[in-house]
Design a protein around this ligand. Structure first.
Ligand code: FAD
Length: 469
């Protein structure tokens, strides 16, 4: 009988343990993707990007004589219906680690097993399953460096090849049309503005990894901090949707390290930051919703979204160039340089004293590399409320940060059009991207800072000193 291969955030054919296991049985494989409430609830940019990823996966499967069957509804009834229609006796999928997916998957597994169906989950999204990394005391890790030390010497699975053949079923079950799912509905700027920046699918990801290892990894130690340089792998959007596996990245990094490329070790460490984020989300899912450090509940966060400074931040008109450049980069390209992410997050949570959740949700709506674990960890780290967080008194100064990491002003120039005689095309494209109701024009003059770098620092530190926690 056929095997249902339930795709989720694992949109690739190579190094896909569940797919390889299914193909190895020699039985027909029916790939399926389900539009359930978790998918419906995605932010605008991640949902749009997922739609592109599904189209690409569907083409890749078609090249192999297979298909991607699309169905909508709650996962369990959809799978049960497909089982009935196809006579499938087995369902395979790649594990997820966020609490909502885990609750869904646990109940699917239990019920299908009860129905007499073989339901099995596989690894592939992470290198180190969160429950396999333990401290000497048998607990989880709360600090990155010991986590790194615990995993750095481990054997990481060798990537699996793309299956030679994906056996089709005798008859295909009916499928929805992707177009009817309206994955782009909330993302007006998607096709015109963001699309040129997308590196779509498995082959683009592999090419990007190859180019990074050939040209950029050697200088990665310094270049990764420079928003004006294309010095990082750019693989986060592919990792987020599983268009490349962390194992494939890891082994490429190990090879580069063996070749003596200087930045390779740093790249491996960054991949482990992603694993650490998942480790934290698995063991303390509250990182997604609450101050990870409870004493931060007493901090006087501004939680009112409608305040002028929140609007200025979201519209990238704070008058602080590094902050505005970063937020515009995200709105136009769906990505933001890591240094800029730290700076815009620090400015929102410290200078403006706004709750990190406001920023986390905005990122969730705008990032094509949105990842629940890395985003939550990044925001709580920046705010000071997270595990292994930056100490509160280390307030990033967005002005000196820009001088240091964008010494020639290239990044700022790329994204800020106001007050310039000849603005760059990217800077102008921001004004084409934003909704008209924001009322922005490239001819406006550049605003005075909402809160200046030094005032904001003083205010934030005072609130911190006066805290009663
Ligand atoms: P590279 O420098 O090439 O690194 C390689 C890979 O390592 C990345 O693709 C990523 O998977 C991982 N990695 C690198 N840095 C980090 C990090 N700090 N935390 C976790 N993993 C890391 N990353 C996301 O993928 N999705 C998010 O939603 C996200 N939100 C963030 C929010 C904030 C406030 C901050 C400070 C960081 C966030 N990050 C997020 C982490 C980081 O900024 C991005 O992973 C990185 O910029 C992606 O670019 P790259 O692929 O070129 O990274």
């Amino acid at each position: 009988s056929p095997i249902l291969l339930w795709f989720r955030r694992d949109l690739r054919l190579s190094d896909h343990p569940a797919l390889s296991a299914a193909c190895k049985t020699g039985r027909p494989v029916i790939p399926v993707f389900i539009l359930d409430d978790l998918v419906k609830g995605l932010g605008a940019a991640p949902k749009w990007r997922l739609g592109l990823g599904l189209e690409n996966l569907s083409d890749a499967l078609a090249d192999k004589g297979s298909r991607l069957i699309l169905r909508r509804g709650a996962a369990l009834p959809v799978l049960r219906e497909l089982i009935e229609q196809t006579g499938a006796g087995t369902v395979y999928w790649t594990r997820a680690y966020d609490p909502d997916s885990m609750a869904r998957d646990t109940s699917v597994k239990q019920t299908l097993k009860h129905d007499g169906i073989q339901a099995q989950s596989f690894g592939g999204h992470l290198m180190f399953e969160p429950w396999t990394v333990e401290t000497g005391q048998g607990s989880y890790y709360k600090v990155y460096t010991p986590f790194w030390n615990a995993v750095k010497g481990r054997d990481v699975d060798t990537p699996l090849p793309t299956p030679g053949k994906i056996q089709p079923p005798e008859t295909w079950p009916q499928s929805d049309n992707l177009g009817d799912w309206q994955m782009a509905q909330a993302m007006q700027r998607g096709a015109k503005i963001v699309r040129p920046y997308v590196r779509l699918g498995e082959s683009a990801a592999q090419a990007r990894l190859g180019a990074f290892m050939a040209h950029r990894v050697a200088d990665y130690v310094d270049d990764r901090n420079r928003p004006d340089v294309d010095g990082t792998s750019g693989l986060s959007e592919n990792l987020a949707l599983g268009e490349i596996s962390p194992q494939q990245c890891w082994h490429a990094g190990i090879r580069a390290r063996e070749e003596g490329k200087r930045g390779a070790e740093t790249f491996l460490k960054e991949l482990v930051w992603r694993e650490f984020a998942y480790h934290l989300m698995y063991h303390t899912p509250r990182i997604l919703t609450d101050n990870w450090r409870e004493d931060w509940n007493a901090f006087p966060w501004n939680e009112d979204q409608r305040r002028a400074e929140v609007q200025a931040w979201k519209h990238a008109r704070t008058g602080i160039r590094f902050v505005d450049a970063g937020l515009r980069e995200m709105y136009v390209t769906g990505r933001m340089h890591n240094r800029a992410r730290m700076v815009v997050a620090s400015y929102l949570t410290k200078h403006l004293m706004c709750h990190w959740k406001i920023g986390m949700r905005w990122f969730e709506d705008c990032l094509i590399d949105w990842d629940p674990a890395s985003n939550a960890m990044g925001w709580q780290w920046s705010a000071g409320s997270g595990p292994d967080a930056t100490p509160y008194f280390r307030v990033f100064n967005p002005v000196t940060q820009l001088k240091k990491f964008d010494p020639d002003g290239i990044y700022a120039k790329s994204w800020i059009a106001e007050d310039r005689q000849t603005p760059t095309d990217t800077a102008l494209s921001y004004f084409d991207a934003v909704p008209r109701r924001w009322g922005l024009s490239a001819q406006d003059s550049y605003p005075e800072p909402v809160v200046s770098a030094s005032d904001g620092r003083e205010k934030a530190l005072q609130a911190y000193e006066n805290r009663d926690f």
